[in-house]
Design a protein around this ligand. Sequence first.
Ligand SMILES: Nc1ncnc2c1ncn2[C@@H]1O[C@H](COP(=O)(O)OP(=O)(O)OP(=O)(O)O)[C@@H](O)[C@H]1O
Length: 406
Amino acid sequence: MIRFEHVTKSYADGTTAVDDLSFEVAEGELVTLVGPSGCGKTTTMKMVNRLIEPTSGTIYLDGDDISAIDPVELRRRIGYVIQQVGLFPHKTILDNTATVPHLLGWPRKKARARAAELLDLVGLDPATYGDRYPDQLSGGQRQRVGVARALAADPPVLLMDEPFGAVDPVVREHLQNEFLRLQSTLHKTVLFVTHDIEEAVRLGDRIAVYGAGRIEQFDTPATVLGAPATPYAAEFVGADRGLKRLSVTPVETGDLEQPPIVHLDDEVRHAADRLSADGAPWAVVLDADDNLHGWVSAATLTGAAAAGDATATGKDAAAADGAPQGATVRAHARRMDAWLPLGAPLKQAFSTMLQYDAGWIAVLDGDRFLGVLTPARLHEALRRSTTADAANIARDEVSLHTVHDV
Ligand SMILES: Nc1ncnc2c1ncn2[C@@H]1O[C@H](COP(=O)(O)OP(=O)(O)OP(=O)(O)O)[C@@H](O)[C@H]1O
């Protein structure tokens, strides 16, 4: 969708802002450009909508050489969001959002209806905020208006230059999540500039790590974090890149352990026997529909089974009706609320373990129980995924050596 071929930008004073850049952004892909201040990210972006002209090389948009497209016509195909937002202070939020449709000559009513729809889409109720002026909004709300305005004419391409840079970290994370949600339905082709590696990793399908005027590495977040291409890239992504990888590595079925399973209505004695045959200290408990209920310990079941025997020989009254209390697993099972969906990031898995102070968490596919993730398996998954991504193989094809193998 966007293709750079040997693009260089040098200024009259001899500064080379961008040096022989070649890369491609696929349709519907979100590519983050990340790097330190002054490395040429903004220059790269502004060449796409011709706010800056390259010194040499060619940029293609959807196969067309953009130098042959009238800049005004070009910019209609490209939404642009910047950190300072650039809202017109004397225009209402609704009119600000409708700016591009107005410029395109849409009838006023249609433009305003579209603007209201977009404000709603970015989480601002048009009835509440539409008639306000920019200085009556918070910084985060203004950023949302910036995104709504860029999307108003439904351009296939979005350029975003540090769009969430001016808000505090909490609002920023909120805006990032909202933007990811939007992008998952809109599938725009997005070039997103940031100097924040966390943001780049979080948002990007792929990341371009910039050194001075050059791309040092152009790859998925997982690969950039797991196998930095150069010492510079390694330093830029940070010594804690292993931890950052937790956010971009999903839980897979092969990462899970399979503890024994018992059902709520199983007889205690049968369940206890099964666990002791397996030598397992506990079992996962499922209900009749195979949905997760919780867990039960082998010790509890064995104790209950023994108590049941004593009751039976003691001719307890409850046993007389054939349904002694505590005869099924149901009476002894504990609820387990620590679960997460397959494909969730390992970071979420770890955080859920900590939140519930749990030694394992269940992994579900919809309602279906798939297995459990333990801290050891989580660590293994992370180690395997690093090798798997670098060698381009499946995670379960990686063999690991641990201290137990020595
Ligand atoms: N008009 C200009 N004349 C000379 N040099 C310029 C001009 N505009 C930008 N530069 C230089 O080009 C280089 C790249 O600038 P650019 O704005 O693309 O960096 P950036 O990576 O976006 O930085 P930041 O994160 O600080 O915005 C910088 O060294 C900058 O000083």
